[in-house]
Ligand binder design. Structure first.
Ligand SMILES: C[S@@+](CC[C@H](N)C(=O)[O-])C[C@H]1O[C@@H](n2cnc3c(N)ncnc32)[C@H](O)[C@@H]1O
Length: 273
């Protein structure tokens, strides 16, 4: 019997332990769900939810939240956090943003995907699925990193990709979700008029008790895309160069003298279905 084929999208996110990065994103996650109007009783899907950076505070606001993520380890971590917090209105399950076959049409008032669905392949399928599971007159909110933006995450991904072998032909970069015309085209193909889509720049702040260099180490040990870059750089004898580039980047953007606090710009997309 042959083994099931590896899904590289799933393997990338199960490779590390994104919970160790998500720990540095909690304050911004909580602040974002308040700003986008999550309130008690709303049915919310958090897609590409990780261990619940936005799903958990949304449940604390009283929404009924389902978190869906492709990485089994993150779904398990999310369910642990829900039970540690005594939240019976929050559950996490495995699923793929390109095909949410387990979710009926128009199931949710709000679909949130903060740096989540952007990492799935087949962006047109992802837009179609997000629209399908949102109720009519409901809302989709995506947070997407912006290509070539000078701030932290866009630069980590840019630097990392320069050390990683080129992706297979036909691969669509996740960063293309950070371009407004692509967003309009993808949701347009899913039946949403352009006037129902708005994009604005927003900020997520990464906060960490250690130094910027220690935060680089955390990305190196636990963040799938950076781990892959170091694997490839190691093979070419370029790991020290990669480390130096990342340390310069983190130091440059750190706004604190004690500990680390680094703001990163993203595109906040709001879609009225
Ligand atoms: C950068 S993390 C963000 C996690 C979380 N939203 C947060 O802000 O902490 C990206 C997440 O997207 C998930 N993901 C990637 N591809 C996915 C897919 N095809 N379907 C569902 N989740 C996916 C990853 O497993 C990971 O948890």
């Amino acid at each position: 019997m042959s083994a099931a084929p590896v899904n590289p999208n799933k393997a990338l996110w199960e490779k590390g332990d994104f919970t160790r990065i998500a720990e540095t994103m909690r304050e911004s996650g909580a602040s974002l769900v308040e700003r986008i109007g999550i309130t008690k009783g709303l049915k919310v899907l958090d897609l590409g939810c990780g261990d619940g950076t936005t799903a958990l505070p949304a449940a604390k606001l009283g929404a009924d939240v389902v978190g869906v993520d492709i990485a089994r380890n993150l779904v398990e971590a999310g369910n642990r956090r829900a039970s540690e917090n005594g939240l019976t209105n929050l559950r996490f399950q495995e699923g793929d943003a390109t095909n949410l076959q387990e979710i009926p049409d128009h199931e949710f008032d709000v679909v949130v995907s903060i740096f989540g669905a952007m990492f799935a392949p087949k962006p047109f399928d992802v837009a179609k699925e997000m629209v399908r599971v949102t109720r009519l007159d409901g809302q989709i909110v995506m947070g997407n990193w912006i290509p070539n933006d000078p701030t932290l995450v866009a630069q980590i991904l840019k630097i990392s990709s320069a050390y990683t072998p080129p992706p297979p032909e036909g691969f669509v970069s996740p960063m293309t979700w950070g371009v407004e015309t692509n967003v309009i085209e993808r949701f347009g193909a899913a039946g949403v008029q352009a006037e129902n889509i708005s994009c604005q720049r927003d900020t997520f702040v990464f906060t960490f008790d250690g130094t910027p260099a220690e935060l680089v180490d955390r990305f190196k040990q636990y963040y799938g895309p950076t781990m892959s870059a170091f694997d490839a750089a190691d093979k070419n004898g370029r790991a020290a160069e990669l480390q130096k580039e990342l340390e310069e980047l983190f130091n440059h953007h750190n706004t604190r003298t004690q500990g680390t606090s680094i703001p990163a710009t993203f595109l906040r997309v709001t879609v009225r279905v």
